[in-house]
Structures are given as structure tokens and as C-alpha cells.
Design a protein. Structure first.
Lengths: 324, 313
């Protein structure tokens, strides 16, 4: 009885309103999301902008958004002064006929810090992937005493941060350096990185192993495979996405790590890119464009890595966080 | 033949142990040993390489100091601002992205880039904007609303202005900026988590609800929201843990300053240990922080477990 009392005109109006709302909705949400994206990208865009300014334009009071002003006008496209001076000062390319490509990069960032970081990140991530693959397989496939407790312990230490262990690890490093004359600091740092990448990686890899049906291995056992052969020949290839994500996540983690790389190695020649940034924060030279360029150059490799391997990152992060 | 079979069965019986061994060794050195050594170190007076047992004196000194109690308050303020801002923004963005627009993947990628950056770089990026006089945002921060314009100089740590000293929060631009920058860095991951949860909400349920006359708001209120609550809890714990322990951003953005306006616990730990070389006291603080972390993790595990048993659809 209620419905008959509403007027047809009202119904028509509301139907038209809903049609309008439905048609307009995608535009509204696209618009809002573009604003969100701009907002997230703005700090990065601003840094890029700073990195291509000249020293004099960086040191203007009040600060200048675009280095495009002339004496008479605030903005003139033809007067824009964008330079690569900042990047040049970070990389510092000098021709050298003896070097591999006829030039060498004299800036310590590219001659020392980034190669160090690359070494630590690649070796730590390879070890993390190997160890996590083995441990994840054991936790996924075998039922042994203490398995649940071990799983819980590994899960619990995923949340223990590097920072609270750092005091002890620093002392351990000092003790090792005293005890062994030929002690290699880099190996210690890599082991520390492995230890901090492992718990989360074991967790991701185990989740991937759990999705692979056991029947595949059982069939291979019948065909005469040993469990180790089954792991490396049958299961590992199927778990490749999980292993890749463990590798990539720990690579990014080590690449971006600052404080352990700073404190656990004593020689500056063995320190990482994040430490190298502090070369550009001199007490007397204010080269903000150089600092900005260094930030961009250090971040670029992992950003590119992320852009190419997006789905792997997304899947691993969601699995790791929500299955935990 | 016979011995070969025995060897195989021995190997296959102990195989899980051998597979776990490398991981366990590394974890023992890097994770378990430091935990116990911190407990030992926290009871020692560590001076120029010699140690002396002092019982709980280190704990007394650390927890009795005003820098510790100030730091606890600053950490709580930081956590509150950081977690709330990140959750609200992430949830909103995740709801937008869940509309499944044609460009959703592109938007998510752009939004995600801050996550890939290192804490240190993210901190420096923001710091470059607020460098006194030269930073693009420095005129804005120089307004009287924010107190001292010299709040976060790149080169010097000026004394805190009377205003920021009297009211440490929110006028202190440094804490505001630290929260803002940390949230900027955390929004991508939390958005992804919430988006993943939103996408598991079964379509059929929402459709049948709208056929039964539920409008958008009430189906959100009674169907979507309850289903994503477990994820929100996980996200909340994630943020809290990251917020307590994150030191890279503090390091490069404010260095705990101006004065000690952003000296959160993680930075205090760093400062005690490696700035003042008070290893005993730093160890005492790290024991406390480890306990807080472990309690948070175990509570989080407990909650997510009981939920995963309750939610089966």
C-alpha cells in the first residue's frame, strides 16, 4: 500500500538521479585517485626538480619553484635553466684511457658505495632465498616434533627489528675484529642481513610450498627421486614465484638498509650507498641539488626493479602480512 | 645395498633438520644471541672495554631519566598521529581503488613508489623541502603558526624556540613533519593490505544485500567493514611495530631535533648506544623495546589466529 502512494514523478526523478550518479561515479573516483597519485608523487617530483637546478637557483631567497624567471618576468619558458650539474657532481665522470669503457666514475658513490651495496644485496638475497627455500620446504612437507613451536618462533621474530639487536651485534663485531686478525667485516654484515631477511622469507616461501600439491612429489618418489632431488627438480621450479619474491623483497630491504651498514663495518670503503649520502651533507658546502641527485640515483635501481616486478611484490607482501 | 638403504633412511628421517640447519644457525647468531646478550649487557657497567656487574642500575638510570619519559610521550604521540593518519588515508584510497576503474593498476603503481624508497631517502626528500630559507616549503613553515622557522635545519640543530618547548605538539613542525613523512611512506603498503581484504568480500553477498534494499552505506557498514576488520587489526599492528622501531626516517629527517622534539624511543636507543657510548643503558632500553615488540607480535598472532578460525567463507 505504501508504494502506490509515491508519485510517478518522484520515481522518475530518482531513477534519473541514479543514472546520473552511476555515469558520473567513475569520473569522480578517477579524479580523486589522480589527486591521490599527484600527492604521493609530489615529494619525488619536487626532488627531481631540485636535482636539475643550478647551485645559484637552489640558494635563492625566497625559494624559487621553477628556475625560469628573468629580470623582468616571473616565468619565461625560454629562460628556464635546467642543468645536470648535480648528477655530474655525484657521478664525477673523468676520461681515463686505461678504464674499461674509456672513462671512470670518480665520485665515491659510484666507485665505492653503490658497488658495495650491490654486493651485499645480491649475496644476502641469494643466501636468504636458498636458506628460506630449504627451511620453507621442511616446514611445509615434514611433520616433526617441535614444528609448530618452531613456526611460531620464526613468525614471532619477523617482528623483531634490527635496531634492538644492534647494540649486541655491534659488540659482537668488535669482539670478532679483535679475535681474528684477518676478519672480514663484509661477511658479518651479510650474515646479519641474511638473518633479518630470513624469517619473513621463510614465511612467504612456506606459504607457496603449501599451495603445491604433494602428489607431484609422491609421484616423483615412485619414479625413484630422493626427497632432496624432488625438492630441487620438482618443487623448486614450481615455487619459483615464491622464491623470486623472497629474493626481491630481501634485495630491496638490504638496498634500503642504513643503520647496520653504517655501524657494523668500520672502514668507509666498505660502507653502503645510504651512508654515502652523508658525503653530500657537508658542513660548508650546501649543494642541495647534488643531494637531490644522489637520492634519485640511489633510489632509481629499486624503483625500476619494482616497476618491472610489481605483481610479485604485491602478492608476496599481501601473503606475508595476512597469513602471518 | 644394505648399508645404502640404512643411510638413506637415516638421511630422510633427519632431512628436515638438515634443511632447517642453515637458517637456524644464522637466526641463532643474528636474532637469538643478541637478545640474550642484551640482557647480560644491561646488567653491566661498560666502560672502556671493561665490564662490571651493576644489577638493575642501568634500568634505574634509563627509566628514571627525564629524556626517557619525554621520549615515551613523544613516541606515543608519534604513533597515534602516524597510525591514525595512515589508516584513514589508506582506507579511503583502498575504497577508491576497489571501484575497479580501468586505471586502478596504474594508480596503485604510482601510489606504491614511496614504499620502495629507503627511509633515509624519504626523510631527506622531505627535509629538502623544509630547509630554512631554501626549501620550497620553508616560507610556509616560517609562518608563526609553526613556531620556529629554523625547526629542521639541514646543517645545524638550533635551540628550540620557547613556543615549541612550551607546547611540544602539534605546533612543533618537526614532529608534524615526521608523522607526515612516515605516513607518506606507510600508506602504500597499508592501502595494498586493505585493498586485498576488500577484494575478498564476496560479490554475491553484496549483490543480494542490494537486492534486499541495502544502500551503499549500509552494505558497507554491515558487510564490507566487518569483513575487513581482521585486516585492519593486522595493519594496525604492522604500523605500530614499524612506528616504534623505525629509526631511519628520524635519522635523516630530524635527527631527533630540534632540541629533543622528535626524540622517539628508537632514536633515543641509537643515541644512548652510539652517540653517548652508554652500551649498558642502551642494552637496558633495547631489552624493554624487545619485550614490547614481542608482546605486540604475540597479541597480533593470537588475534589473527582466532580470526582465521572464525572467518571461513
Amino acid at each position: 500500500m505504501e508504494t502506490t502512494s509515491t508519485s510517478p514523478a518522484y520515481l522518475k526523478r530518482s531513477a534519473r538521479y541514479y543514472a546520473f550518479a552511476k555515469g558520473a561515479q567513475p569520473w569522480i573516483f578517477n579524479f580523486l585517485l589522480i589527486i591521490v597519485c599527484l600527492f604521493m608523487a609530489l615529494p619525488i617530483l619536487g626532488t627531481m626538480l631540485t636535482s636539475v637546478k643550478r647551485q645559484v637557483d637552489v640558494q635563492r631567497k625566497p625559494p624559487l619553484l621553477l628556475p625560469c624567471d628573468t629580470e623582468t618576468r616571473d616565468f619565461d619558458v625560454n629562460a628556464c635553466r635546467f642543468v645536470l650539474e648535480g648528477y655530474d657532481r655525484v657521478i664525477d665522470i673523468k676520461p681515463n684511457p686505461d678504464a674499461l669503457f674509456g672513462f671512470e666514475m670518480q665520485g665515491r658513490m659510484f666507485s665505492t658505495y653503490i658497488p658495495n651495496t650491490l654486493l651485499y644485496a645480491v649475496s644476502a638475497s641469494l643466501l636468504v632465498t636458498l636458506f628460506a627455500g630449504m627451511a620453507g620446504y621442511a616446514l611445509s612437507r615434514f611433520n616433526f616434533r617441535g614444528r609448530r613451536a618452531l613456526q611460531l618462533a620464526i613468525l614471532a621474530i619477523t617482528g623483531v627489528p634490527l635496531l634492538t639487536n644492534l647494540i649486541s651485534l655491534y659488540q659482537l663485531g668488535v669482539a670478532l675484529r679483535k679475535a681474528f686478525p684477518g676478519y672480514e667485516e663484509r661477511i658479518f654484515l651479510i650474515i646479519v642481513y641474511v638473518g633479518f631477511g630470513l624469517p619473513f622469507s621463510i614465511w612467504i616461501v612456506k606459504a607457496f610450498f603449501d599451495t603445491i600439491p604433494r602428489e607431484l612429489e609422491e609421484a616423483s618418489f615412485i619414479d625413484g627421486c630422493s626427497p632432496v632431488q624432488a625438492l630441487f627438480r620438482i618443487v623448486a621450479p614450481l615455487a619459483a614465484p615464491g622464491l623470486t619474491s623472497a629474493f626481491l623483497l630481501s634485495f630491496v630491504g638490504v638496498w634500503n638498509e642504513f643503520i647496520a651498514g653504517y655501524l657494523l663495518v668500520s672502514k668507509n670503503a666498505l660502507k653502503t650507498a645510504m651512508f654515502g649520502l652523508y658525503d653530500f651533507i657537508g658542513q660548508f658546502v650546501i649543494g642541495y641539488q647534488v643531494l637531490a641527485a644522489a637520492c634519485i640515483l640511489i633510489a632509481l635501481p629499486v624503483v625500476i626493479l619494482f616497476l618491472f616486478a610489481r605483481p610479485v611484490f604485491f602478492r608476496a607482501m599481501v601473503e606475508g602480512a595476512l597469513k602471518g | 645395498m644394505h648399508s645404502r638403504r640404512i643411510r638413506q633412511t637415516f638421511l630422510s628421517r633427519t632431512l628436515p633438520f638438515w634443511l632447517l640447519l642453515p637458517s637456524l644457525l644464522v637466526l641463532a647468531v643474528v636474532q637469538f644471541y643478541p637478545g640474550f646478550y642484551s640482557i647480560f649487557l644491561s646488567t653491566q657497567d661498560f666502560q672502556a672495554g671493561t665490564m662490571k656487574f651493576v644489577g638493575v642500575q642501568n634500568f634505574d638510570k634509563v627509566f628514571g631519566s627525564s629524556s626517557f619519559s619525554d621520549s615515551v610521550w613523544l613516541t606515543l604521540m608519534f604513533l597515534l598521529g602516524y597510525a591514525l593518519l595512515t589508516m584513514v588515508v589508506s582506507f579511503t584510497v583502498a575504497l577508491f581503488l576497489n571501484r575497479k576503474l580501468r586505471l586502478s593498476g596504474f594508480y596503485l603503481t604510482v601510489i606504491f613508489i614511496p614504499w620502495v624508497l629507503s627511509d633515509v631517502i624519504a626523510g631527506l626528500v622531505f627535509r629538502l623541502f623544509v630547509v630554512p630559507d631554501y626549501g620550497l616549503l620553508s616560507p610556509f613553515f616560517a609562518s608563526p603558526l609553526f613556531g620556529s622557522p629554523d625547526g629542521i635545519s639541514l646543517l645545524t640543530t638550533p635551540p628550540p624556540s620557547p613556543l615549541t618547548e612550551a607546547i611540544p605538539f602539534p605546533p612543533a613542525p618537526a614532529m608534524f613533519l615526521l608523522i607526515f613523512a612516515s605516513a607518506w611512506k606507510a600508506v602504500p603498503f597499508i592501502t595494498l593490505l586493505i585493498l586485498a581484504a576488500l577484494q575478498t568480500v564476496p560479490k554475491e553477498v553484496l549483490e543480494s544485500a542490494s537486492m534486499d534494499g541495502a544502500n551503499g552505506i549500509s552494505s558497507f557498514r554491515f558487510i564490507t567493514f566487518p569483513l575487513v576488520i581482521p585486516t585492519l587489526v593486522v595493519a594496525m599492528f604492522n604500523l605500530t611495530l614499524g612506528g616504534i622501531n623505525g629509526v631511519g626516517m628520524v635519522f635523516s629527517l630530524t635527527s631527533g631535533g630540534p632540541g629533543s622534539a622528535t626524540e622517539v624511543l628508537s632514536f633515543l636507543l641509537y643515541k644512548l648506544g652510539f652517540g653517548q657510548l652508554e652500551f649498558g643503558r642502551a642494552a637496558a632500553l633495547s631489552v624493554l623495546m624487545t619485550i614490547v615488540n614481542l608482546v605486540l607480535i604475540l597479541v597480533a598472532l593470537r588475534i589473527s589466529r582466532s580470526d582465521s578460525e572464525g572467518y571461513k567463507f
